[in-house]
Design a protein around this ligand. Structure first.
Ligand code: SAM
Length: 270
């Protein structure tokens, strides 16, 4: 079913007024799919019924939030991207006195643990402070726990090897009752925080910002706004990594960056 623009706008306005989350600049097609999905999961047949559940009950809203955002992620997603980080970006970061990294839209953390492994293998982990943020508290809770199902390991080890990993992957986790928990050494280097890219501002200066597979859910105006936030948050010559299907479109933001790799890695000009 397709909802009218007016219905969607009215629903999102009430979400914002009631709970302070502004989704009005999310991409239209994705909004339609996610709202329909939440209705199906809640077994209701109209946006009004969904609203009646979530506008008065915080727990119901938290449930909505955790299903409304697309949370799909994996370790070493796009192994070529991680190979490029290894060969082109980390050797430069190594020369910086401070290395602050912001992983925005980290979902349940698989990508940020992949990055921590890379940093460990380049002897940089102890010099880095990694902030991993997401809008969604349920994702952050999972990410903080640092637990993944053992059943996923085969695929993740394959991605790791494809990305140029030559270590023993088993050194990074302990397996217990069908789950793998990442080592304390990795977990201790990552600070997980709630940060909403729509509403929250700069909170530090970074040498590398990764925000992959998040912009595809935003409309053009919101993408530009968030890119401005990244420009302000990056140190001169800092790096920005986007998802493979994402781009810097606005000319006024484009001219602040040079392209480092077609794998959507950009560098802020001095
Ligand atoms: C598809 S996942 C991408 C995860 C990971 N970066 C990756 O590429 O595998 C998109 C993530 O963006 C988060 N997100 C969506 N809107 C956001 C916002 N306004 N601020 C921060 N995170 C947001 C979602 O909660 C979700 O965890």
């Amino acid at each position: 079913m397709n909802f009218s623009g007016v219905q969607v706008a009215a629903f999102l306005k009430q979400v914002n007024e009631q709970w302070g989350y502004d989704f009005s600049d999310y991409a239209e097609a994705s909004l339609q799919r996610r709202l329909q999905r939440c209705m199906d999961l809640a077994h209701v047949s109209s946006l009004e019924d969904l609203g009646r559940r979530i506008f008065t009950d915080r727990k119901a809203f938290d449930w909505f939030l955790s299903h409304f955002t697309v949370n799909v992620t994996e370790m070493f997603r796009d192994p070529d991207f991680y190979a490029c980080l290894r060969t082109q970006i980390l050797p430069v970061l190594e020369t910086f006195p401070n290395i602050n990294i912001w992983h925005a839209g980290c979902s349940s953390g698989e990508e940020v643990y992949s990055l921590a492994i890379l940093l460990h293998e380049h002897n940089l982990l102890s010099r880095c402070r990694i902030y991993a943020t997401d809008l969604n508290p349920a994702n952050l809770e999972k990410a903080r726990a640092g637990i993944i199902p053992v059943a996923m390991l085969k695929e993740y080890i394959h991605n790791y090897r494809q990305s140029g990993g030559i270590g023993e992957f088993s050194q990074y986790y302990t397996a217990r009752y069908g789950n793998a928990i990442f080592s304390k050494e990795l977990r201790d280097r990552i600070t997980f925080l709630q940060h909403n890219l729509v509403a929250d501002g700069v909170f530090n200066e970074f040498q590398l910002i990764l925000c992959r597979n998040v912009f595809i859910y935003f409309n053009r105006a919101l993408q530009e706004k968030v890119l401005e936030l990244f420009v302000e948050s990056l140190s001169p010559l800092g790096y920005l990594a986007l998802g493979t299907k994402e781009a810097i479109m606005a000319p006024n933001v484009q001219r602040r960056f040079e392209t480092v790799s077609k794998l959507k890695i950009f560098r802020k000009k001095y």
